[in-house]
Write a protein that binds this ligand. Structure first.
Ligand SMILES: Cc1cc2nc3c(=O)[nH]c(=O)nc-3n(C[C@H](O)[C@H](O)[C@H](O)COP(=O)(O)OP(=O)(O)OC[C@H]3O[C@@H](n4cnc5c(N)ncnc54)[C@H](O)[C@@H]3O)c2cc1C
Length: 378
């Protein structure tokens, strides 16, 4: 991606906005619970929510490049802030924008840019994580529509979401394409229950929860896209989602490097600043090199996508590399900060914990390697 004058200006404006308005919210996010009141409104005023939705739905009509840039900048402020943006412009919203009927788009999309609604994407199940094709949640036609039964697990923001994209098996005789269908299910629909909410080792504002479907009856108009097209539209959203995740990891790593440099300059030991010690300089050099390489591969992949080239394999490479790189950079940042680096409330401590989630969520590192290897060997 070219950081031309327009994107550079957008980045500068965003950074000013984030430093001025979002940093106080970021501090509150570490004190537990949901996103702090006022945060969604602040993001909505800046047209960050629903960024990728078309203007006719109230969105900013921006592309993947702008979305990734925003995710990168917000992550510098707090790694979990972009997760809120993803629920208005990520997996489920983009699937609705691409595959929804005019009625579905009109019903669900306009609330997202206003911060009045949040979405969840429900694929994983107790017996189906990496092997997503093994899902068992079943949707059976009943003459008027569909009846859904099954259980989903580890669903981000399920406890606060207003709308769920539920992936369910509609044709169990098939193994691959044609087996699964996507259903849009509103919170409050009889038979849809949000169960245990799990706290991760990361920031409490990002929760995951169980969702059960107990003979949940839906009209025929709940189907997103075509019957049997569910896994295709899920994988299409996930492929783009990997670039969003890579951007979050890149932004966090960039911030960790900035903090590491500042600490190395300000902390004196044995009569000299840490920055004068080769052991510390090498850590900074390694982190800076890794951040630069990650940025180059991510931006090149976004550029290739904009040229219309296939980027599924490259997106997996970006997700794999950026999430693992951010873990290493955050680890070095903790080390450079010494005891201060492991104290609760420190940005580096928080990022170290938050970054660990990204090597598992939205396809683990091993699954990304499988996708890459399949691409190489095809
Ligand atoms: C913070 C967070 C948020 C999430 N949000 C969502 C969400 O919103 N919606 C949703 O649907 N899911 C969500 N998930 C679930 C996530 O997609 C799964 O956790 C992920 O796909 C891995 O599945 P699993 O946890 O069942 O691990 P498993 O599939 O049980 O795998 C366990 C380990 O074995 C490795 N492994 C598995 N198979 C192989 C293999 N063939 N070869 C080598 N290694 C292998 C995996 O990489 C992993 O390290 C979230 C997870 C997290 C952590």
């Amino acid at each position: 991606m070219e950081i031309g004058p327009e994107l550079a200006e957008m980045r500068a404006g965003l950074r000013r906005f984030a430093e001025r308005e979002l940093v106080p919210f970021a501090r509150l996010m570490d004190q537990g619970g949901d996103y702090p009141p006022g945060l969604a409104e602040a993001l909505a005023r800046q047209r960050i929510l629903g960024l990728r939705l078309a203007e006719e739905h109230g969105g900013a009509g921006m592309g993947l490049a702008e979305y990734c840039l925003v995710q990168e900048e917000l992550a510098r402020c707090h790694p979990i802030l972009p997760v809120l943006v993803a629920s208005s412009s990520g997996l489920t919203p983009m699937a609705i924008q691409r595959h929804g009927t005019p009625a579905q788009r009109a019903r669900y999309l306009p609330k997202l840019p206003r911060g009045e609604s949040r979405t969840a994407f429900a694929l994983s199940e107790p017996e189906a994580g990496s092997d997503a094709a093994a899902i068992r949640t079943r949707a059976v036609p009943d003459g008027k529509g569909w009846r859904l039964s099954g259980a989903k697990q580890f669903i981000s923001n399920a406890d606060v979401a207003d709308l769920f994209l539920i992936l369910a098996v509609t044709d169990p005789a098939r193994r691959g394409r044609g087996r699964v269908t996507g259903f849009l299910v509103e919170r409050g629909t009889p038979g849809l229950h949000v169960g245990r909410v799990d706290r991760t080792m990361g920031t409490d504002a990002w929760t995951v929860a169980e969702v059960t479907l107990d003979d949940c009856r839906l009209g025929a108009d709940a189907v997103l896209g075509e019957v049997g097209q569910g896994m295709t539209l899920a994988l299409e959203s996930l492929a783009e989602g990997r670039l969003g995740v890579a951007s979050i990891c890149l932004g966090t790593a960039d911030r960790m490097l900035e903090l590491s440099i500042a600490r190395a300059k300000s902390r004196t030991t044995f009569g000299a600043p840490l920055a004068e010690r080769q052991a510390i300089q090498w850590m900074l050099a390694d982190s800076a090199t890794e951040v630069m390489a990650a940025r180059a591969m991510l931006y090149e992949t976004i550029r290739a996508g904009a040229r219309g080239e296939p980027i599924a394999v490259a997106s997996s490479m970006c997700k794999l590399h950026c999430s693992e790189m951010a873990g290493r950079v955050a680890d070095r940042a903790v080390q450079i900060h010494g005891a201060m680096g492991v104290m609760r409330g420190q940005e580096v401590e928080r990022a170290f914990r938050d970054m660990r989630l990204f090597r598992i969520g939205e396809g683990s590192s091993e699954v990304q390697r499988m996708v890459i290897a399949r691409g190489l060997l095809a």
